[in-house]
Design a protein around this ligand. Structure first.
Ligand code: TXA
Ligand code: MG
Length: 318
């Protein structure tokens, strides 16, 4: 089911997508479950395979500027500046859609979320299929996002037509999602791009709008990215009594003695980027051990640490 990415498999994936099928593709953030964004029947299969509620709109992936212009007729200058700097890369822009985009992609909104991934395999598949691809993260709704082809195989393998293997995802957390609203860049989901970088590049104020203070930001539910085990957040260095039914997801070192179901350290050197790229894989491993609770250390909330804490809080349903 998992296929090595080469020219032959990329061509096969493109054909499956043109024919309305589902293909999991690697991106620099997480693996996506792709379908032809212009075919509502193909997109409906994404919702079915993921068990995803229809009020949660999809991100459309493009390989070049021309493709962007086929789905949106008006890109504000502030957004243009962000695209010029951060594409291809982990930035999703929410802009006005045109009539080419089916309602199922946007959950009936008149805006559409679009990004250009920074991954050779994803770009090759989009280019070769010649169509924009709708692709949410390739996990069952609400569960941990996949950062390897094996994660996809374990969670969705029987429900999709093909999984293209592109190795481990470099960034490891989902893209930063932004929308221009009221003259400001609203960050609807934090990722690796900071508010300072957004403001400096867009030339206007940038604010975090994760709490739903703008009316059109559906799908950002409080509980998300969650393992089966209960997640409890702890401060760095908090002592946890040895417990074989508990697992630890630690930032840089383990101060706890005794046996646990499993222990993961996200970055021994305390590098937040490394921690982000390891986050979901570490949680997947701990969850597969059958622990009833995962204690996860809080990380510093700067840079991509903001995105890590956003995912951990949602995993803990705080
Ligand atoms: O890094 C990523 O963005 C990954 C890879 C595969 O590209 N994709 C991803 O998609 O994380 P997904 O479906 O798991 O998250 C998409 C989120 C939705 O939950 C929703 O909150 C937001 O994007 N979104 C999509 N369309 C929107 C719109 N028109 N307005 C506001 N938010 C939107
Ligand atoms: Mg997702």
């Amino acid at each position: 089911m998992i296929t090595v990415s080469d020219q032959t498999s990329i061509s096969r994936a493109a054909l499956i997508l043109r024919n309305g099928g589902l293909v999991a593709i690697p991106t620099e953030t997480v693996y996506g479950l792709a379908a032809n964004a212009l075919n509502p029947y193909a997109c409906a299969k994404i919702f079915e395979a993921k068990n995803r509620p229809h009020f949660d709109p999809l991100i459309v992936h493009v390989s070049d500027r021309t493709m962007l212009d086929t789905i949106s007729d008006s890109i504000p200058i502030e957004i243009e500046r962000l695209i010029a700097r951060f594409w291809p890369g982990p930035l999703t822009v929410v802009v006005k859609k045109n009539t080419t985009v089916p309602d199922i992609v946007t959950s009936g909104l008149n805006s559409v979320a679009i990004r250009m991934p920074r991954h050779d395999v994803a770009l090759a598949v989009i280019r070769e299929s010649g169509i924009p691809l709708a692709a949410p993260s390739a996990n069952p709704f609400g569960y941990l996002s996949p950062t390897t082809a094996i994660h996809v195989e374990e969670q969705l393998g029987s429900r999709i037509d093909m999984i293209l293997d592109g190795g481990s995802c470099e960034v490891g957390v989902e893209s930063t999602i932004v929308k221009l609203y009221d003259g400001k860049i609203h960050c609807l989901r934090p990722g690796g791009i900071t508010l300072n970088e957004l403001a400096g590049t867009a030339g206007c104020e940038a604010v975090l709008s994760d709490k739903g203070d703008i009316p059109e930001a559906p799908g950002l539910l409080p509980s998300h990215y969650a393992p089966h085990a209960k997640v409890i957040l702890i401060n760095e260095g908090d002592h946890i009594d040895a417990d074989e039914t508990a697992a630890l997801c630690l930032f840089r070192k383990n101060n706890n003695g005794g046996h646990f179901a499993g222990i993961e350290i996200l970055s021994v050197s305390g590098d937040l980027k490394e921690a982000a790229s390891n986050l979901f894989a570490a949680l997947h491993r701990l969850d597969s051990l059958g622990a009833s609770v995962i204690y996860a250390e809080i990380v510093p909330e700067n840079g991509i640490g903001v995105a890590i804490m956003n995912r951990l809080r949602k995993a803990a349903a705080l």
